[in-house]
Every structure is written in C-alpha cells, then in structure tokens.
Design a binder for this molecule. Structure first.
Ligand code: PLP
Length: 271
C-alpha cells in the first residue's frame, strides 16, 4: 500500500474517548489519512463532564510537533484544546519555525457541559498568537462571543464575526451555526472577500460530544488530501453530519458522535 496523506492534531486527550485527540484520530482514519498527535493536556472526563485537566510542559508539546514534522511530514494540522498561554506560545513558535501548514484552528474554550478547557489567561494568546497562524479558524457561537464580543443570532452577525476574526489574521473563517436554533445548521465560510454557506438539517439529538473536533479534523483531512478550502469544508460538514446521525448514548450524560458507520463491515460476515 502506498503511504496515505498525513495529518497532525495538536490537542487534548478526552479520557471518555468522544472528543479531543481521540475524536481527531478516529476522524482522520475515517477520512483516509494517517493521523498523528501532539498531546497538549490530559483531561479527566466522562459523559457527565470534565472534572479536571493536566497540562504537558510546553516544550514537550513542541517536541512532539518537531518529531513528526522532521521525519514523517505533516500534510495538514489542526489545533484543539491548547489549555494555556504558555502552551500556545510553544505551539505558535513550533508551527512558524517548522512551517506547519495548512493549519485548522478549532478555538476550543469549554466543553458542551460548560466546563473550561482553557485557562483564562489563554484567551488573549488564542487571539494574538494562534489565530494569526490559522489557515482556517472554526468557532462556534460561544467561541465567537469570547473572541470577538459578537452575539451571533443571524447571518449578518455571522458575517460581522467572520470579518473580525479575519482581521485577527486567519486566512479563512468558518462561523458554525450548530449551537444556534432553527431547522438547519448553517455555517458561514469567509475568506475576507467571498462568503460560502453550508447547510445541513439540525438533528434532534443531545449526543453531539466531539462534534466540533470531528468537523475540524475532517476539514484538516480534506486539506491534507489536497482539497481547496470550500471543498474541504463541504466534505468535513458531510462527515460530521453523518457522525451526528450515527451518534449514540454512553454513560449517563452526553454521548459522542459516531464513527462506526465508516467500518460497518468489520468483522466480515464469514470470518
Ligand atoms: N475534551 C477535549 C479534550 C476537547 O478537545 C473538547 C473539544 O474540543 C472537548 C472535551 C469538548 O467537546 P464537546 O464540546 O463536544 O463536548
């Protein structure tokens, strides 16, 4: 078999397996790329919530990135939970020095339960150190509020928020509509000039743990495989929509989006 395209996630571990690097690696596999990981923090987490997290030393995060870039090569990368300003500084330095690109930035700040995944001092670093390096930044409405102060309740607000994030230095901005209300989940993609809309019917499930990570990872995989940005977002949205359709309950809280539909035929019927 020829070597597949490669993608790197720079993100936190979810002990419950539904989000973070676990979601990213499942998504990379599901999208046909070889997934690699630079772990930033280890969360203590189940379906009920995040009860704490332990950060890795910033240099250990940078060393993981350097190790895979200098040997294996990184076709595209994404960031998820970056935990602290110090880790962000180390990631930004490594990404610049090693020319890691394209880079999808999922500006993770809290879990769907509302548990923080970022130290308060890190929000400014996200704005000033990480977003300027982003080929694409993928905020949900809560992250938009945190980063820009814009309250997104309709398409005009989404465009205003996208403009502000573009000014911070992201090449492309995807303002996600998944956490809004209405029959459709509408995401707005903006490159400083053109806008593109991606629509999928909103699904009636609370089991969407890991959906943001899965979307960003699927877009990252599309970029690693050579898609342009609108096409990568279209494929990524199709992947996360399937993953939400195939989500399942787990534990007594919020279940994860599912990836089993990608490996449905294992084990083979006659094995
Ligand atoms: N845990 C980790 C390590 C994450 O990276 C994320 C999201 O990026 C979450 C938890 C939260 O996932 P969700 O908001 O889907 O519950």
């Amino acid at each position: 078999m020829a070597a597949p395209s490669t993608a790197l996630t720079i993100a936190g571990s979810d002990s419950g397996g539904g989000a973070g690097i676990q979601a990213d690696l499942k998504t990379f596999l599901g999208c046909g790329v070889h997934g690699m990981s630079a772990v930033t923090a280890v969360t203590v987490q189940n379906s009920i919530g995040v009860s704490g997290f332990y950060e890795l030393p910033p240099h250990a995060v940078a060393e993981q990135i350097e190790s895979v870039v200098t040997d294996i090569g990184v076709g595209a990368a994404k960031t998820g939970m970056l935990a602290s300003a110090a880790i962000m500084a180390a990631v930004a330095e490594a990404v610049r020095r090693l020319a890691v690109a394209p880079l999808v930035v999922d500006p993770v700040a809290a879990s769907q339960h509302g548990d923080p995944l970022l130290r308060p001092d890190a929000i400014d670093a996200l704005r000033t150190r990480i977003i300027p390096l982003a080929t694409l930044v993928t905020p949900n409405v809560g992250e938009v509020r945190l980063l820009t102060g814009v309250e997104v309740s309709g398409p005009e607000d989404a465009l205003e928020a996208a403009r502000r994030l573009h000014v911070l230095g992201a090449d492309w901005v995807l303002v996600k509509g998944g956490h809004r209300s209405g029959p459709d989940a509408i995401d707005l993609l903006y490159d400083g000039n053109r806008t593109y809309e991606f629509t999928a019917p909103r699904q009636a499930t609370e089991h969407t743990h890991g959906s943001g990570d899965t979307l960003a990872a699927a877009i990252c995989a599309g970029l690693a495989r050579g898609s342009d940005m609108p096409e990568a977002v279209r494929i990524g949205k199709a992947y996360v929509t399937q993953a939400i359709t195939n989500s399942y309950p787990l534990g007594s809280g919020l279940g994860p989006v599912g990836h089993f539909w990608r490996i449905r035929d294992w084990p083979p019927a006659n094995s």
